[in-house]
Design a binder for this molecule. Sequence first.
Ligand SMILES: Nc1ncnc2c1ncn2[C@@H]1O[C@H](COP(=O)(O)OP(=O)(O)O)[C@@H](O)[C@H]1O
Ligand SMILES: [Mg+2]
Length: 303
Amino acid sequence: MTTDQAEALRTLRKQEKTTMAGTGNAGVKKGYYRHGVRMISVTSGKGGVGKTNIAANLAYLLSMINKRTMILDADAGLANIDVILGINSPYNLSHVLNGEKLLAETLVEGPGGIKILASASGMPEMTDLSRGQKLTLIDELNSLNDSLDYILIDTGAGISSNVMYFNMAAKEIIVVTSPEPTALTDAYALIKVLYQRHAKKRFRLIVNMVRNPSEAKEVYKRLSNATDQFLNLTIEYLGYVLLDEKVKQAVLQQKAVAEIYPNSPATRCLARIAEKIGSEIAQDDEEGSVKFFWENIIDRNCG
Ligand SMILES: Nc1ncnc2c1ncn2[C@@H]1O[C@H](COP(=O)(O)OP(=O)(O)O)[C@@H](O)[C@H]1O
Ligand SMILES: [Mg+2]
């Protein structure tokens, strides 16, 4: 895109924004938005359980089955998507929010043609964004609606307001845990907050770094027993990823394990999960669409 074109688009979006802001409906004009993108957060209570690797590899594997996929890196931590994939991204979310760049200008391409929106260092608190910034984000995400099938959001760990924010925005939430008891109790705490304070009801679990499938089932049982008993909430089992030295080797090489070790045990597990996600028919309702994401970002405050 030339600078002139980009400038023209920015101006156009600003004009649209002004028009929308006058509708009195949180800037959302009926029929203005199309939906179709499935927005899925990949989240965890505890850090280091494999979220970033899972998000990056699922995105890659979804693209291998012809699903156009973007990763929104919403974790301001260190080991980010761009680092583990060895990608250099000069711009990030903060440039979009400041209105310096269009979202399309900040996206970088990763393996398999996946699109990556890098995390802002010193990630802004989403709950502190001005209305103008929220509208900018809406406009920008709107521009991607026709060109994507999936947006995977790699959230930070824990229950900070940003993690809550992005989980609230996504209809589908994938919780990642390892078999470690602390990871499990933190996963429970996260689910509890999202369910009780933010009315989230659908959670799917990936158990990462297991030695065998039965260990994963055991972990799922422990967590789902707790949510059943204390929250009256049933969580779904999405799958497991085996503990695999190749994942570590891929991280060191800054490549997706699924790309460079397509037959490794972890890749096979991830491919199974990607197939499952990719073969589901998206529910034809508005929740979980990009539109829903926008409305939530504008209207709700989940600090
Ligand atoms: N299935 C796996 N097998 C072996 N090591 C793994 C696996 N998944 C993740 N790891 C290792 O765990 C570390 C943390 O993973 P990461 O995806 O950065 O976690 P998070 O994003 O949850 O903090 C990575 O450096 C990676 O080497
Ligand atoms: Mg991470």
